[in-house]
Design a protein around this ligand. Structure first.
Ligand code: FAD
Length: 341
């Protein structure tokens, strides 16, 4: 029998520590718990909202009129093991970073650069989590979901997930439609790549490490991230608040000539470039700017931090200020990365 709480303080369930109350809230640890959840929602005629670790969500300061279901389904199963790779099916409620650590210990590569990202395994396909040149889309074989409407289980193959930069079908056409139960990853036993990022290269140079192991890479990423991203347990935040805009090279070159700025970029192919949103925000003078309840993080302009008592209106105000300033100077409209609920 699951326990359903009412009027639960949202701030205890999200890393930004902003929000009012969940009308109903429950935690599920098994697939069979979910049927009870579905019955309750039907009985109350209320929608279901799925929550992982709450590290990519910005909640309103009012009541979220839903049954919020925190997924804590745990499992770890090797379903295929060859000379080249291992397929692992992982429960949606497993902690992502603990899973990454476990695969690195098994000497399997593919997700080591995604170390220290908060949240659950089940949330990673939703925004195709990525960092330091790796994205989960490159290792995901399939995503197993439950359709609460139909009461049936369905498997999305990688090709059906419509993965893109910080995006997937679960953020678009299938948004809030399925409960992700497990994700199957294919991790490699072959040679691994060292992330081609100056910070990572400098780290290994300083340490005198010539051929970094998977564990060396994991450790490097953890150290580098700790200097650029505030620990949400100490300073409430949701990581990068904005996506890095992708524009055509034509737009990019006209932007350089109109602003006269040396705008950094990464070639992403298809005649397009990605511009670091943090650089754009820094260029309009917002890095470290204190707005009272919300600040732009001093070490990383991409991160907004809650100074303690911020409300949804406070974060929305700062978001709009940043979007307007960047638009005025560069003609680019920044898009937010976390989901607003
Ligand atoms: C300090 C910090 C650093 C971060 N760094 C990165 C980074 O480098 N790269 C990156 O991509 N992200 C990053 N993030 C964002 C965030 O950690 C990831 O998006 C993470 O995958 C979210 O996991 P979660 O369990 O907290 O999901 P939540 O925030 O709880 O949910 C996110 C979305 O997924 C849905 N969801 C969650 N679980 C399920 C499920 N089982 N079934 C169906 N839908 C589900 C939710 O409904 C919601 O739409 C960072 C966040 C912080 C705070």
């Amino acid at each position: 029998m699951i326990k359903i709480d009412e009027y639960v303080d949202i701030r205890n369930h999200c890393t930004l520590k902003i929000g009012g109350q969940f009308r109903y809230f429950t935690v599920v640890e098994t697939q069979s718990d979910i049927q009870e959840v579905i019955n309750f929602a039907k009985e109350k005629n209320i929608k279901i909202f799925i929550l992982g670790g709450g590290s990519n969500l910005v909640f309103s300061s009012t009541i979220v009129d839903a049954l919020v279901v925190k997924i804590q389904i745990k499992s770890f199963e090797i379903i295929n093991d060859t000379d080249e790779y291992t397929d692992i099916k992982v429960g949606a409620g497993e902690n992502w970073d603990a899973f990454v650590g476990r695969t690195v210990d098994m000497n399997l590569s593919g997700i080591e650069a995604l170390s220290a990202i908060p949240g659950t395994v089940g949330a990673t396909p939703v925004q195709n989590v990525g960092a330091y040149g790796q994205e989960v889309k490159d290792t995901i074989v399939s995503v197993e979901v439950l359709d609460p409407e139909a009461g049936s289980i369905k498997t999305f193959l990688n090709s059906e997930c419509e993965f893109a930069y910080r995006d997937s079908i679960f953020k678009n056409n299938a948004k809030n439609k399925y409960i992700i139960l497990s994700v199957t990853f294919r991790l490699s036993k072959g040679e691994h790549k060292v992330p081609d990022y100056p910070g990572v290269k400098n780290y290994f140079q300083d340490k005198g490490i010539i051929n970094p192991t998977l564990l060396d890479i994991r450790k490097a990423i953890i150290v580098i991230r700790s200097t650029k991203l505030p620990n949400p347990v100490e300073i409430p935040n949701v990581g990068s608040f904005f996506k890095n805009p992708i524009v055509t090279t034509q737009v990019f070159y006209s932007l350089i000539s109109s602003t006269g700025e040396k705008v950094p970029f990464f070639d992403v192919g298809g005649d397009k470039v990605k511009i670091p949103a943090g650089w754009l925000i820094e260029s309009v003078g917002f890095k470290g700017k204190d707005f009272g309840e919300i600040s732009v993080y001093q070490n990383n302009a991409l991160v907004l931090v809650n100074n303690g008592q911020a409300t949804f209106a406070d974060i929305e105000f700062v978001r709009n200020q940043i979007i307007r300033a960047v638009k005025d100077k560069f003609g680019i409209t920044l898009e937010t990365e976390p989901e607003f609920v």
